[in-house]
Design a protein around this ligand. Structure first.
Ligand SMILES: [Zn+2]
Length: 99
């Protein structure tokens, strides 16, 4: 019984966050970013921007908000993480000719 209670309390304290998606293929991040502002780009699970090539470096599921570094799972819109300062810097200096 105590195990079940522990699980329940864990579930309520780790509330999942989701990207705001008012209509299909249009995201509004909590920082205010939208696809036609700074945009969202395919990235590794740590938020490093990679080219959205199937079978390449991309895991085919995560996108990063270029403004605040939130990492989103494209399939269920769950916010799965946030980039570190180091990765945000890498992304700021990303060579878009490789994208
Ligand atoms: Zn954002």
């Amino acid at each position: 019984m105590s195990v079940i209670n522990d699980n329940l309390s864990t579930m309520t304290t780790t509330e999942k966050k989701y990207m705001n998606c008012p209509h299909e293929d249009w995201w509004i991040c909590e920082c205010g970013n939208q696809p036609d502002y700074d945009g969202f780009f395919s990235c590794k699970s740590d938020g490093t921007i990679v080219s959205p090539v199937i079978g390449g470096e991309w895991n085919e599921s995560t996108f990063v908000c270029l403004r605040c570094g939130v990492i989103v799972n494209n399939y269920n819109l769950e916010i799965v993480g946030k980039t570190t300062k180091e990765i945000q810097e890498l992304n700021d200096n990303y060579d878009w000719s490789n994208y």
